[in-house]
Design a binder for this molecule. Sequence first.
Ligand SMILES: [Zn+2]
Length: 321
Amino acid sequence: MASSESQAPDILTVDVEDWFHILDLESSPDRARWSKLDSRVLLNTERLIEIFDGHQAKATFFVVGWVAWKHPEVVRAIADAGHEVACHSFWHELVPHHSRESFRADIRAARSLLQDLSGQAVDGFRAPGWSIGPEQTWAFEELLEAGFRYDASLVPGKVSHGGYGHKIQIPHRIQCNAGELLEIPTPTARFGPWRVPYSGGGYLRFFTYNFIKRSAKRTRQLGGPVVIYVHPREIDPDQPRMKMPFKRRFKYYVGLKGTRGKLDRLLENNSFTSIKEWLDQAPDQNLESIDVRDQSGAEPRPNPERIPPMPPVGLGAEAHG
Ligand SMILES: [Zn+2]
């Protein structure tokens, strides 16, 4: 494998959800309709696995619990190919829309189902839309108490559904009332007056390869890995399109045909590993730490109408509790 742009491995992640799991959109189908839609998640996840295998890259797949429940073969395909299975919540709901109870039930049901299906310990969590901000530090306590070891939900910058806005671009620790959680943030780059992600999703599709390469170099100079994130739908130019305002349509569908090429080029020029393997190799004594113990007592105040339902019962041993 060529490694002309970097020596230390970077991190490769996938948020495993279907083409209709788009956040906060009026035309998004109700949960009750999800099962009736044509699913493309298995096909596209298998394509990603094949691409990664072609470059001997290992990845962390953050799987939506609902996807695992309806399409368990997706989780088995990921685990059988030797990749890490992690958790992207059960209902793919933004964290600020959760009560503490609904968030607890959601992440525990998803984790236990994913462990049952993969035969792996599920250590990692990423919130839908990176929606853990300074108002949601209570979520760190829930993650630790549910058995997670690391979180990958923070963005040191601003994104449409969140962004923690802190300064740390590289893996660090979070001290909360329940103990210490590791954080693998998605690094950002300066773009006009903002700091935005550059290494995944719409940003990866929109930015030029050279902009991504320069931004990646800066992240590595800070001592951190670049964290690539892709969604299975992003390598699928044939997916059904959802109705949405122009700005969102641009964000979701720009550059779909070019994603595959850009991803191949990144994989060709850098070596990638999963978060689990990266953590196993990282000298963790040098990680910086942020302390949220003062804030993490604050309780969520969700709109009662937005709180998602409890996950279905009987998904795994812990879900009964
Ligand atoms: Zn997502």
